[in-house]
Ligand binder design. Sequence first.
Ligand code: C2E
Ligand code: CA
Ligand code: CA
Ligand code: CA
Length: 375
Amino acid sequence: SDLFGRSAGDRILQQAGSRLRDALGSECTVSRIGADEFGVIIPSVAGEGDIGERIRCLLETLSEPYDVRYRTARLTASAGCSLFEPYANTAESVMNKAEMALYNAKRRGQGHFVLYSVEMEKAAKTATRIEQALRRAIAADEVEPYFQPIVDLDSRRIIGFEALARWTDPEIGVVMPATFIPIAEERGFISQLAQKVLRKAILAARDWPDDVYLSFNLSPSQLVDQQTVSQIKGILASTGFDPRRLEIELTETGLMTDPRSAAKIIEELRDHGMRIALDDFGTGQSSLGRLRDFRFDKLKIDRSFVSSMLEDQPSEHIVRAIVALCEGLRLGVIAEGIEQEEQAQLLMSLGCSEGQGYLFGAPIDASAALLLVHA
Ligand code: C2E
Ligand code: CA
Ligand code: CA
Ligand code: CA
């Protein structure tokens, strides 16, 4: 609706509805059940393969260009589906399951189709259990930052630490961020968690030498939330921490949800003195245009390239190109996931200045980091 106005947006959706009806034929039911959501009932389905095939065709049909007011629009649709089994479920439960499948499809990005499964429901239940435990842990202040050293590759001196969240549940044990960050993100309480972890990380970093910086990960939803900036500024002010010692890592996925909002947040953080690093660079939907549309200070070469660069020529070339790109654009460059000395040597020879990985140290708690940095 940004480009075409609301009524035009609605016209596109009406056209989309007609396309669905035409494609499905008269034995199927199509109804608009939300602003941009359609419900479809397909009476005769010959198993899971058949429905997958048919829905993928529908998604393709929907993605063909639309003509609106002498302009061309496109849309991408996602689909969730559940099979009706007489006596096994009610119409309502089929709808709920289809909705759960749709939710999962959307989470995979645009244009996906997901068929409901029992495993999906189990995963949702597990996530809910983790959510409850995590909310309690956040309230009880049990989520802690760990710190992984970042070194200058030439001198091997520690020049910074990346804060990585760790949660130890009394019953579950240590839970890794790959498990709990996405749950906090999807269920809307990542900023609460992030603020607590950032505050603790800064309190730890205050005891480090002044020339050692702290790097902190922002998650995608924080980049669409304009409160993020004031939250970070507030923590910096109340802890008296120099913003120039704080580096913010973000990923391309995070930029894409709402590029304008992300650009604004990036500008404000930079204006306040923080540096911005683009994390996991080279993965995701990399587009070099992003380096022009957003102002970064540093690129972080993804671990997947570093770990394969010794055996795999393409990976080495990609790393070489990223380093050269950073040189040309006057951006800092750091490689993550360095585990072997040979990788460090190769990176140094390519001109990469900063490194991070198990070779130099795994993430450790605040007191261990303090010992290390003063050793
Ligand atoms: P990331 O930002 O890409 O962080 C690097 C991950 O690689 C960390 O995993 C780190 O422990 C691991 N790693 C570091 N060196 C090596 C190495 O040499 N080899 C291997 N195999 N792995 C290495 P971790 O701590 O499990 O964190 C996973 C992800 O969770 C992070 O990926 C980051 O995206 C997210 N995350 C962690 N803490 C936070 C946080 O406080 N906020 C947000 N938004 N995300 C966080
Ligand atoms: Ca990171
Ligand atoms: Ca990374
Ligand atoms: Ca990574």
